[in-house]
Design a binder for this molecule. Sequence first.
Ligand code: 6PG
Length: 243
Amino acid sequence: MKPETHIFDNATLAAHAVASLIQELAIAKQQQNQMLNIAVSGGSTPKQLFILLAEDDYRTQIPWEAVRFFWVDERCVEPAHPESNFGMTYDALLQYAFVPAQNIFRMKGEDIPANEAVRYSNLLWKELPARNGFPVFDLILLGIGDDGHTASIFPDNMELLEAEKSVDVATHPASGQKRITLTGKTINNANRVIFLVTGSNKSGIISKIINGASQADKYPAAYIRNFTGKAAFFMDTAAASEL
Ligand code: 6PG
């Protein structure tokens, strides 16, 4: 079965669709006196989304006090380092939006990776509801790398997809940089999983992942797409051009 796909004329419109969805979900949670627990990714595509969310309309209309930010993955660097996923989110969005400090749960990239994976996993157990032995996010926002990675689960770390831990340490295959990442079972346990993918450099990998269920053993993103059945892809026409 093909996953749910949404294709937009350009990257800005794709980001608007995800921003509107976040707005809708946050308002619904606020009306029920609940919190929207989101885990966000790093990279250039989420950055565009965060910049949009910091613009007047979303910034003033989203009930940020009902949104709690967690991270899908973090590069093991200081938060002020240019590669920090938290730092990028802070610079693009959090410094402008009225998200209370107690709603921000960053992964500490500056700490010893193995210790931080355990600390973050314990934090998820404390802060989130549980189901199937894993914490439950309301929404997980993912990207896809040219090599088919998602979160910081790379094609040579496929074991992280089925790990029994909810958070673990990964290593970037090219740079050797350590990463902290949610594992596959945590991602698959979320209520909603959204891949936001834009740009023509992603068209080849997107077509393999959306058209080829059998690619699940090669590409982490294909594994996630297969497992949940509920993962939705928000793309621009450039990323979708080979579908
Ligand atoms: C990261 C990620 C990673 C990212 C993809 C896509 O920290 O790098 O969370 O999984 O989402 O690599 O990144 P781009 O949007 O930059 O292509």
